[in-house]
Design a protein around this ligand. Structure first.
Ligand code: K1U
Ligand code: ZN
Length: 167
């Protein structure tokens, strides 16, 4: 397995829309394994393939305290979304920034698991937030897109400076 490099805002590759996976084969399963390793090491509670410069519809998530409930979503589709919640979100691609974001309170999604089997789940609370955040990544969207352009501009300047200082 391997740790993958996580892209940081404002990298334009974070805006690429991920493609549907046609076959869940060994190559896809290796990407899934590497994404789990990268997410746990970060550490994070979710990771979308877009964030590691792989433009295919793959998400890994584990919102459990003990980090023993891995969830892999391939080609996820939101079937229904109800209610509204506002929670503080972070993002491994926007390090050090935490902001309140509005999301649906409960969602039902359909996806393929890492063996290619279709399943449906209903999610609430942090899992619902995390799934919506990760599906946004697959569509080239970031949680900071919901903020004012002035706030986003300040975040851009801060992260560009941080990246310059780190080089
Ligand atoms: O997609 C990502 O960048 C991962 C992101 C997921 C997420 C967090 C919060 C709300 C919505 C989506 C993260 O995992 S940021 C790191 C984080 O939240 C965390 C890290 C360690 C322990 C607990 C949480
Ligand atoms: Zn993110």
């Amino acid at each position: 397995m391997a740790l993958l490099k996580i892209l940081h805002f404002p990298d334009s590759r974070l805006r690429i829309k991920a493609k549907l996976i046609e076959h869940v084969n060994a190559e896809v399963q290796l990407v899934v394994a590497n994404m789990f390793e990268t997410m746990y090491a970060a550490p994070g509670i979710g990771l979308a393939a877009t964030q590691v410069n792989i433009h295919q519809q793959i998400i890994v998530i584990d919102v459990s305290d003990k980090k023993n409930q891995p969830l892999c979503l391939i080609n996820p589709v939101i079937l229904s979304a109800d209610g509204q919640q506002s929670t503080e979100e972070g993002c491994l691609s926007v390090p050090g920034i935490f902001e309140q974001v509005k999301r649906a309170e409960q969602i039902t999604i359909q996806a393929l698991d890492k063996t290619g089997k279709q399943f449906t789940i209903t999610a609430n609370e942090v899992l619902a937030v995390c799934i919506q955040h990760e599906i946004d990544h697959l569509n080239g969207r970031l949680f900071i897109d919901q903020l004012s352009s002035l706030k986003r501009q300040r975040i851009r300047q801060k992260l560009v400076k941080q990246q310059r200082d780190n080089n």
